[in-house]
Design a protein around this ligand. Structure first.
Ligand SMILES: Cc1cc2nc3c(=O)[nH]c(=O)nc-3n(C[C@H](O)[C@H](O)[C@H](O)COP(=O)(O)O)c2cc1C
Length: 174
């Protein structure tokens, strides 16, 4: 079961943005595995549902654009560890995660970054730059073939992402 905010004693939070549901599937599995609360970032005025239209809109806005978030951001004081996830967008983290990281008080927190992507991998350095006072752990990048082959938005295109998450979590000591 996915845990909401404020309904547990967990000191761990999975915070993520997902446009097509792939990063969300990974986020929910991480939360089940480590018993973390979950915060899904949502934006005012959604992105286009069609893949190319979304790619173009994001490209027009630019990589540094920070859209307004419409989800409630909880008090982060009780969380020591944040699993921070995003799809790769234009070679970096998705803009809604940028908004969150820029605005959040993350000094002294431990951050475990994860990303799903179509070829160009994990961009941990873009996360560390936005969290200068945090301890950044080894990240996880999960290859999602849908961009390069079918362009269909199917979670099965990530293959057995659960095993990759399991291996990563055990490397991190979970
Ligand atoms: C706007 C947009 C830009 C993207 N840019 C990249 C990119 O630069 N590099 C890459 O490897 N994948 C890119 N992708 C593919 C996504 O990172 C990949 O499909 C991801 O798994 C989608 O996650 P989601 O379903 O959680 O949104 C892009 C997808 C979108 C929609």
């Amino acid at each position: 079961m996915v845990r909401g905010i404020g309904d547990s004693m967990s000191d761990k939070l999975v915070v993520f943005y997902s446009w097509g549901g792939n990063t969300k599937a990974v986020a929910e599995y991480i939360s089940e595995r480590v018993h973390a609360d979950v915060l899904e970032l949502t934006v005012a005025g959604s992105y286009p549902a069609e893949y190319n239209a979304c790619v173009n809109k994001v490209g027009r806005n630019g990589r540094r654009y920070e859209p307004e978030l419409v989800c409630h951001i909880p008090d982060l004081k009780k969380y020591n560890v944040l699993f921070v996830g995003s799809p790769c967008w234009w070679g970096t983290i998705a803009n809604p995660l940028r908004t969150f990281l820029h605005g959040a008080e993350l000094e002294g927190k431990t951050i475990a970054p994860f990303m799903t992507h179509g070829t160009s991998g994990l961009h941990v350095q873009d996360i560390s730059m936005l969290c200068p006072g945090s301890k950044i752990l080894k990240g996880l990048g999960i290859f999602n073939k849908y961009q390069v082959s079918t362009r269909e938005n199917k979670i099965s295109n990530m293959g057995d992402y659960r095993h990759q998450v399991d291996d990563w979590l055990s490397e991190l000591g979970y």
